[in-house]
Design a protein around this ligand. Structure first.
Ligand code: ASP
Length: 320
């Protein structure tokens, strides 16, 4: 019988609360010794022991390579990755972009550490194992299982700082649910194209637009050696007019300038033709990134630039 591989990377799910009320790291994973976990055929490995704000794209790449090696052994029916919730949406999306897997890959985490009242860690982990070991979850891209819901790495985002129902897919909702009896999928899910990656050398940054923003920061960015910039633009993809001259200089310099929206629902589209409006900026060479939030668009652009994608290829990759 095949086992489910659990790869621990750290986060609240691997922490506990001390008598002073601080949530702290532990040496051994606190859930490993829980009896309920061992009624499932599992194998555990601790790849990292990091709070997720410490996770970098380099570690995401290391995780990609590790998962790929494990899939190739053909020993497992599915893979669960436990991860801190702060950057879970980024790591899971990176894995979704970089691995084509025929077995399910499922991320989970916890909002309350292992010894807190109402801790959700063990429960989420067991739900994640049930999803990862179920053939219904195959060929759907990377999934996130938290709080009885199944989400895709593409659309999920952390929406609340401490609530256990924090993971939501604001535009489309969960793709499935986990119940006592079974798991159910209510939406067809697909995996976007796979972007191969073996190293990470491109510098891509993320900036949020706001009312009255001046171009001081953008001018500084222009003087650095970045290759790409994601701007969380206003509404459908507009920015204050003060930024336009520097945006044009960045594009002229060869920097890829990509817009997502700072709204958490809807897509960006070039609609307005005033100064700073999306349609005018499209003519200047700004690329619009449909349906992704800023941190995810940044990872995708990093991988595309790593593959020397042309501006046209980048535009196509972000269109749908
Ligand atoms: N700060 C923690 C982390 O992301 C939060 C969590 O895991 O829920 O590592």
């Amino acid at each position: 019988m095949k086992k489910t591989l659990i790869i621990h990377t750290g986060g609240t799910i691997s922490m506990k609360e001390n008598p002073q009320g601080s949530v702290v790291e532990t040496d051994a994973h606190p859930l490993s010794k829980m009896e309920a976990l061992h009624s499932f055929p599992i194998e555990e490995v601790q790849l990292f022991h990091l709070p997720s704000p410490h996770i970098t794209p380099e570690q995401m790449l290391q995780l990609t390579k590790f998962i790929q090696e494990k899939i190739e052994t053909n020993l497992y029916n599915g893979i669960v990755i436990t991860h801190g919730t702060d950057t879970l949406e980024e790591t899971s999306y990176f894995i979704d972009l970089s691995i084509k897997s025929c077995i399910p890959i499922v991320f989970t985490g916890a909002m309350r550490s292992s010894n807190e009242i109402g801790s959700d860690g063990l429960y989420n982990l067991i739900c994640a194992i049930r999803v990862a070991s179920n053939p219904k979850a195959s060929n759907r891209g990377v999934l996130i299982v938290m709080n009885d819901e199944i989400h895709t790495a593409q659309y999920v985002t952390k929406t609340a700082t401490s609530n256990v129902s924090t993971f939501q897919s604001p535009q489309f909702g969960p793709v499935g649910i986990v119940t006592k009896q079974d798991i159910y999928f209510y939406q067809k899910t697909y995996q976007d194209e796979i972007i191969s990656v073996s190293s990470l050398t491109k510098k891509v940054i993320l900036l949020k637009a706001y009312a009255g923003m001046d171009n001081e920061l953008l001018e500084y960015i222009l003087s650095t050696n970045i290759e790409g910039i994601i701007i969380e633009a206003l509404g459908q993809g507009n920015i204050p007019p003060t930024l336009v001259p520097t945006i044009k200089k960045l594009i002229k310099k060869g920097v890829t300038v990509l817009f997502v929206s700072r709204c958490y629902k809807g897509i960006v589209q070039p609609t307005y033709h005033y100064k700073g409006g999306g349609r005018a900026l499209l003519e200047d060479g700004v690329i619009f990134a449909n349906h992704l939030n800023g941190p995810k668009a940044r990872l995708k652009l990093m991988l595309l630039l790593e593959n020397d994608a042309s501006q046209r290829e980048i535009m196509t990759a972000f269109r749908d």
